[in-house]
Design a protein around this ligand. Structure first.
Ligand code: PGA
Length: 249
């Protein structure tokens, strides 16, 4: 099966830069080795969904509001994203958990609203360095997933992807090792097994993210139980990301 690779641009790339990036990416992407989702800023979504229409490249948002609509000045709803042709949304990224104080309760609500509006959710979970140093990694991941997907029906899990993103590995140049990633993938599947079924635990897509680059991507994305990766910094270079997307083993 092909791997799923997701680019999270974070607060980088203007709409014009995203336009240039996608024009080049679409022309060079073969689609033979991986499925690709690109998540630019909200402002770049209209040009992105327009340019990728009818291509193999899918577009995701980096955030969504938990409410359907209403007096939430400055916010973006799931329905608006869907209307633009956006297919995915990243939820629970540690940037948002930490810098924007998002709680598991809010993340759970965002996921429910996004799913209700036909978006696929890329749920990020992962431990801090302090959790890791005190041996709490697996406990933290389990707790986050249980809280974040609370109340979802089993069939809704088909539209949920879980990304293991240890906080200490994000943007630090310090990736997790194969054993860390395999253990995390195992726990993620076990949580799904315990709350749902054997089938659901097998079918759920699990990604790894945190300082992925062209050198470590082969080993980390081929870990047992891992279906793909979430890329930050390296994905900002269209040449690097194309190289990874086209040559993944
Ligand atoms: P990074 O970011 O690849 O720059 O570590 C990953 C992420 O935040 O998803």
């Amino acid at each position: 099966m092909k791997k799923l690779i997701v680019a999270n641009f974070k607060m980088n790339q203007t709409p014009s830069q995203t336009k240039q990036y996608l024009t080049k990416f679409i022309a060079g992407f073969t689609g033979n080795r991986a499925d690709v989702v690109i998540c630019p800023s909200f402002l770049s979504l209209p040009i992105s969904t327009f340019l990728t229409q009818g291509t193999l490249v899918k577009i995701g948002a980096q955030n969504v509001n938990d409410e359907e609509e209403g007096a939430y000045t400055g916010e973006i709803s799931a329905q608006m994203l869907k209307d633009l042709g956006v297919e995915y949304v990243i939820v629970g990224h540690s940037d948002r958990r930490i810098k924007f104080k998002e709680t598991d309760r809010l993340i759970n609500k965002k996921i429910k609203t996004a799913l209700k509006n036909g978006l696929k959710c890329i749920l990020c979970v992962g431990e801090s360095l302090a959790d890791r140093n005190t041996g709490k990694t697996l406990e933290v991941i389990r707790h986050q997933i249980e809280e974040d997907i609370k109340g979802l029906y089993e069939n809704e899990l088909e539209s949920v992807i879980i990304a293991y993103e240890p906080i200490w590995a994000i943007g630090t140049g310090q990736n997790a090792n194969v054993k860390d990633v395999e253990n995390a993938a195992k726990v993620i599947r076990k949580v799904i097994f315990d709350s749902y079924s054997e089938k659901a635990s097998r079918d759920i897509q699990v990604l790894y993210g945190g300082s992925l680059n062209e050198k470590n991507v082969g080993a980390l994305l081929n870990c047992t139980g891992v279906d793909g990766g979430l890329f930050g910094k390296i994905s900002l270079s269209v040449n690097n990301f194309l190289d990874i997307a086209n040559n993944l083993k």
